[in-house]
Design a protein around this ligand. Structure first.
Ligand code: SF4
Length: 85
């Protein structure tokens, strides 16, 4: 089978490199921020601040209307000492 290799004669290589560098910088910043947040935000806390852990934790607050407990952790402290495993 013959590979279909075509060159785009209209490609501006320098512009493409510049665009790729911008995208790389954006993803690098996103990755850095995610790493910083992961140092304090518990991985079991979902986007609605509900706890998805299958074990007991001192930060869980159960209400009657929801199956998942509310996470009362502050995201500013090390959450791992609250775990009861
Ligand atoms: S209640 Fe505990 S285990 Fe659950 S999300 Fe909060 S800190 Fe994490």
């Amino acid at each position: 089978m013959r590979k279909n290799k075509t060159r785009n004669q209209n490609l501006d290589v320098e512009k493409a490199k510049s665009s790729l560098n911008k995208i790389y910088q954006i993803f690098q910043d996103i990755s850095f921020n995610a790493d910083e947040i992961n140092k304090s935000r518990c991985p079991y806390k979902n986007a609605k601040s509900r706890c998805t852990a299958k074990f007991d934790c001192k930060n869980q607050y159960f209400t009657n209307d929801e199956e998942l407990a509310v996470c009362t952790g502050s995201d500013k402290l090390d959450y791992r000492s609250a775990w009861e495993i």
